[in-house]
Design a protein. Structure first.
Length: 271
């Protein structure tokens, strides 16, 4: 059997975060895709305590194990399993476990799933924090990360240590190619995975634009850019939309909302 090991910073939560949905989708692709000729045995390892999401993986037929870098368990696991492929769910996970995987099982293909480029997101967050009155989105998007930035160095080092890297956005992939000379052949674009035949998608496609109403935002409230986007929408964008569409409503969905964001709820303004 082909042995595939996922190393996650958390157990994936497919119903509460985009990252969790995507990681779970990658697991299911390795489980069920006909692109692989050999049967697969999938393992998922995380330093976090097992929870209901761990049990969901087990129900799919995935072997799960709680394991931290400090314990000899991971070393013993690698020695025993000798995986064909190991996938890290972000660069910090690769920093923790990648060196040991290379030392014990050098023949294993090591793949980094970036989820998003952390250095890019964090540098933009720092820029917005330092310039709170900037509302021009182009100035944020054009902001360049300092080449001496510690997170940038760590993330690029992680990419170069791995055999292959997955990107959600082609823009991020192109940025690394153009600005940091990351070879295109060691990376792939792997966006979100959806069932094109699902009843929900068919319902979505069956309703024309003219028959739809209102606006929607969706995102996990533990992710700072999502929360910042809601406050920006409430302050800068939504008043302009309501000026032109006085009956419009904005519906916001997401897991783990905080009390400050909940206070934005205002039926009178359609928010």
């Amino acid at each position: 059997k082909m042995r595939v090991v996922f190393v996650g910073s958390v157990w994936p939560e497919p119903r509460s975060s985009a990252a969790g949905f995507r990681t779970r989708s990658l697991v299911e692709i390795f489980l069920h895709s006909e692109a692989f000729s050999k049967p697969r045995q999938i393992y998922f390892i995380s330093p976090n305590k097992p929870n209901e999401h761990t049990r969901e993986l087990q129900q799919l037929g995935v072997h799960t194990m709680q394991c931290s870098m400090e314990r000899p368990m991971f070393r013993l696991f690698l020695t025993h399993v000798r995986p064909d492929v190991i996938i890290f769910d972000r660069f910090t996970t690769e920093e923790q476990f990648g060196w040991m995987a290379k030392e014990i099982s050098p023949e294993t293909i090591r793949i980094l799933d970036t989820q998003d480029l952390h250095f890019l997101r964090q540098s933009r967050e720092a820029f917005v924090t330092a310039h709170p009155n900037v509302i021009d989105m182009n100035s944020v998007l054009q902001h360049e990360t300092d080449v001496e930035d510690n997170v940038l160095k760590r993330e690029i080092a992680s990419i170069l240590r791995c055999d292959h890297t997955l990107f959600v956005s082609n823009t991020e992939r192109e940025l690394l190619k153009e600005k940091f000379n990351i070879p295109e052949e060691i990376s792939s674009l792997a966006t979100f995975f959806y069932d094109m035949e699902s009843p929900l998608r068919q319902l979505y496609l069956s309703r024309s634009f003219e028959k739809r109403n209102h606006f929607m935002m969706i995102g996990n409230f533990l992710h700072n850019p999502n929360v910042d986007g809601i406050h920006w929408m409430a302050k800068e964008v939504w008043p302009q939309i309501r000026e032109r569409l006085p009956n419009a409503q904005l519906h916001i969905y997401g897991a783990y909302p905080d009390h400050i964001t909940k206070r934005r709820h205002d039926r009178s303004s359609g928010f």
